[in-house]
Design a protein. Structure first.
Length: 441
């Protein structure tokens, strides 16, 4: 990493940016846009120069250290040609699914050079079973959190039906919480319990080795396979309404899912413009925390009646909501950074992720169909790569569909078998739900 002499041309790197670009962590986000028509000759350079780069100064900056050793963003001259990748696959094939999967796996493992801005864009001009063409943005997570990165990308896109209108997002409804002595006592108890358990899970207690967790120390250096599945949001809402729950998945071992959370005080956003305002107004500091969620064990009862498992998972999530452990975890990361430095906080995050079975994160996407340079976008998803885990799960909504992506350790998790199990689990739950009277939450 370079050292900066002129401190007038730099800006501080956020704590999260320092954690995600450290000696123990190097986390990237792959944002995937699936096009409805083939990708021909796009005006790529002008689009990046005139639209993408001006969105955020970090897209034209590199990470350096000042005289005191603190990490800073320093603006540089960007050679856009070095950031645009157009792979060549064999010709005369009807589908390139295997080549595309291998290419995704390869770029997921590659590290970007630190002497250039930490992003790339890949144009896949070959059809797959999901799209006529694919555009992949590879962004280092140090550039921003999920809100700011997705907001930046969506700023490059337009509504396909009417570019003059803004993209909009599903409205969020929050129910005002009612407090009494009982709920306050419950919240305090759950906070102490959850925070204590989180510290133990992050430092001493590892999940069991299972078909979805190898437990290998070097798992973050192993190749991954990325697969996705799509569900109608109305279909999911039908099941949720019928059961009064949220859906999850099962395990027969001691396993936890690590839910990554953005801790900004956000009430919601309805447009990309509002999304970007959130990024600008957010105070500098840690906006990242996590929550350990135990995956219920599958037993004879839940096998014969899968809804018992679903309701147990629902009760766990409800209890986790009645807890301030996430805020305390964020404070703990701040304390580690302030007293022992950002590398210590990064090691804590690494240990937390390594000891868990899976990481889950989600982002709400637009309601309307989008286009970029007159290319209609039929599908949209993202994947977080680089964490020391065998399984990463990301969820994103777009045009009334829920796209779930799975990043799986190659050689450990069979992608076809795993995806088949996921689809079968939903079918079993759906059948049981439709045969059950509606249950109030």
């Amino acid at each position: 990493m370079e050292y900066c002499k002129d401190e007038d041309q730099v800006e501080p790197v956020s704590p999260t940016g320092q954690y995600f670009n450290s000696s123990v962590l190097s986390i990237y986000v792959l944002a995937v846009l699936e096009t409805e028509v083939p990708i021909d000759d796009l005006q790529t350079i002008s689009l990046l120069r005139d639209v993408f780069l001006p969105i955020n100064s970090r897209f034209s900056s590199i990470m350096v250290r000042d005289k005191s050793g603190e990490k800073k963003w320093k603006q540089v001259q960007v050679k856009l040609e070095e950031h645009v990748k157009v792979p060549k696959f064999p010709t005369s094939m009807s589908s390139y699914d295997e080549y595309f999967d291998d290419y995704m796996s390869r770029i997921a493992m590659e590290q970007l050079p630190q002497n250039k801005p930490l992003w790339e864009i890949h144009f896949i001009k070959y059809p797959t079973s999901n799209a006529a063409g694919t555009i992949i943005f590879k962004l280092h997570h140090a550039l921003g959190d999920g809100y700011s990165l997705m907001g930046a990308l969506l700023s490059c896109l337009q509504r396909a039906d009417d570019p003059s209108l803004p993209l909009t997002f599903p409205s969020s409804r929050r129910i005002a919480a009612e407090f009494d002595y009982k709920t306050i006592f419950s919240s305090v108890f759950n906070t102490i319990s959850d925070f204590g358990w989180s510290v133990l899970k992050s430092s001493l207690v590892e999940d069991d080795q299972t078909p979805i967790r190898s437990g290998d120390e070097e798992v973050r250096f192993r190749p991954v396979t990325i697969s996705t599945v799509s569900f109608s949001l109305e279909y999911i809402k039908e099941i949720k309404t019928k059961l009064g729950v949220r859906l999850t998945h099962s395990s027969k071992s001691d396993s936890t899912a690590l839910v990554l959370l953005n801790t900004r005080n956000i009430r919601g956003y309805e447009s990309v413009k509002e999304m970007m305002k959130i990024d600008v107004k957010a105070a500098r500091g840690n906006r990242f925390a996590f929550l350990h969620v135990p995956i219920p064990k599958l037993n004879d009862t839940s096998i014969s009646n899968p809804l018992e498992f679903v309701w147990e998972a629902h009760n766990i999530i409800k209890r986790k909501k009645d807890s301030l452990a996430v805020s305390l975890t964020g404070r703990l990361l701040d304390m580690l950074k302030n007293f022992r430095g950002p590398e210590a906080a990064a090691r804590y995050i690494h240990s937390t992720s390594k000891n868990s079975s899976a990481t889950i994160s989600n982002i709400i996407g637009p309601v309307e169909k989008m286009s970029v340079a007159n290319l209609p976008i039929k599908g949209l998803y993202f994947m977080v790569v680089g964490p020391p885990e065998s399984l990463t799960i990301t969820i994103m909504s777009y045009m009334g569909n829920l796209r779930i992506a799975f990043g799986m350790e190659k050689g450990l998790i069979d992608p076809q078998k795993f995806m088949s199990c996921m689809e079968n689990a939903l079918e079993v739950i759906t059948k049981a739900a439709r045969d059950t009277p509606a249950k109030l939450d």
